[in-house]
Design a protein around this ligand. Structure first.
Ligand code: PLP
Length: 391
């Protein structure tokens, strides 16, 4: 049984059917099955394919790196390996205090790195996470996960982690001088696109600074333009101590990263020197792909179109059957009265050539986080299919 079927069982579907979707090719914001049937992709690999599937520049960069070498465990700052080049590109577009990039294989591994780095730098035992948060599925990331159902099978969890409610004073009050870090998603993704109040995030930033606690922002979904700015935190006028990236970072290839100031990152090289060691983290092919994707994102001015495309979705998704549309940038959670309604709509949409799904902690919400290259025509078509599926 796959993840999706297990989930269906969890939400009360006793005989979950497999997803009726067998994709053999993807291009831009479209997916195709073996018969050539076309689907508009409203998921984009869950915020992976921000520049679209199989972007020509990404494919060319991958080929070029394959022609050179795949993996050699030599980072060679002088010969400008893809890791070094990509780290330079990223830091060029980040605030001055986020100047050291540590590449990993995935978002979850980057979260593990951020947790370890926070403990190492502060020498403190406590980590705070939020309810309804998702940070990945490794043991440490699962310990942060904001839902008891998903955590419960993996006890004993990592010690020292407490959970608080996002966007609340309680979260700010919980931060004290024993806290290594508080880890939050800049915009709660799997909770159904829940942004923070700017004042809350700013007050949290202040409390972290006052107590010497590191503020870790998980932008595995929020990074790379989805929010209308390159980085999610830019919308709230704050800078984290550690930024966690993944998904779109690799342009479709597996890549994660945690980014911090050198003074923080240097604590990984203290005695013992075992900071975070990873054989494939920052794989040259993945870094080459990610760098090409980030360049394409910037060159094609995709971020500037985010708000207009989001408004088009919102203006078209007007229907008494829709309870609410939660939205931040080109990232929408269309709420229905129940999971059962949502599932029916998702299935009907797939039948009509529109691919969507639900959110992990908001199963009654239909996910819209398409490649940013989605066209206005594709948005209109997708919305028409959704509305028809509601009726
Ligand atoms: N953080 C967030 C916000 C995520 O959505 C995810 C994955 O969905 C992760 C971390 C984990 O990333 P990965 O699946 O690459 O381990």
């Amino acid at each position: 049984m796959n993840q999706r079927q297990l989930f269906l069982q969890h939400v009360g579907q006793t005989s979950p059917e497999p997803l009726a979707l067998e994709i053999t090719k993807a291009e831009g914001a479209l997916l195709f099955n073996a018969d050539g049937k076309e689907y508009i992709d409203l998921i984009g690999g869950i915020s992976v394919a921000n520049v679209g599937h199989r972007h020509p520049k990404v494919l060319a960069a991958i080929q070029q790196q394959l022609d050179a070498y795949m993996h050699i465990m030599v980072y060679g700052e002088l010969v400008q390996t893809p890791q070094v080049q990509y780290a330079k590109l990223l830091t060029q577009y980040l605030p001055a205090s986020l100047n050291n990039v540590y590449f990993t294989n995935s978002g979850a591994e980057a979260i593990e790195g951020a947790m370890k780095l926070s403990k190492r730098y502060t020498g403190r035992p406590k980590i705070i996470a939020c309810n309804f948060s998702y940070h990945g599925s490794t043991q440490g990331a699962l310990s942060l996960l904001g839902d008891e159902y998903w955590r419960s099978a993996y006890r004993p969890l990592l010690p020292g982690i407490t959970h608080v409610n996002y966007n609340t004073q309680e979260a700010i009050d919980a931060v004290d001088t024993q806290t290594a870090c508080i880890i939050i998603e800049t915009i709660q993704a799997e909770g159904g696109v829940k942004p923070p109040k700017a004042e809350w995030l700013q007050a949290l930033r202040k409390k972290c600074t006052e107590t010497g606690t590191l503020l870790v922002l998980d932008e595995v979904q929020a990074g790379f333009g989805r929010t209308g700015k390159l980085w999610g935190f830019e919308n709230f006028d704050i800078v984290p101590d550690i930024l966690v990236l993944g998904k779109a970072l690799g342009g479709g290839m597996p890549l994660g990263a945690f980014v911090a100031d050198k003074t923080i990152m240097d604590s990984f090289t203290l005695n013992p020197v075992l900071g975070h060691i990873t054989t494939f983290g920052g794989h040259p092919v993945c870094c080459a792909a990610g760098m090409a994707a980030m360049q394409a994102l910037l060159e094609e001015n995709l971020i500037a179109q985010v708000h207009e495309k989001a408004q088009l979705f919102i203006s078209l998704l007007q229907h008494p059957g829709i309870v609410a549309v939660h939205q931040y940038g080109l990232w929408l959670a269309v709420e229905f009265d129940s999971f059962t309604t949502n599932k029916k709509i998702i299935d009907a949409c797939i039948e009509q050539g529109v691919f969507s799904d639900w959110f992990l902690f908001a199963a009654n919400c239909l996910r819209i986080s398409p490649p940013l290259v989605i066209t206005r025509e594709q948005i209109k078509k997708a919305c028409a299919v959704i509305l028809e599926a509601i009726d």
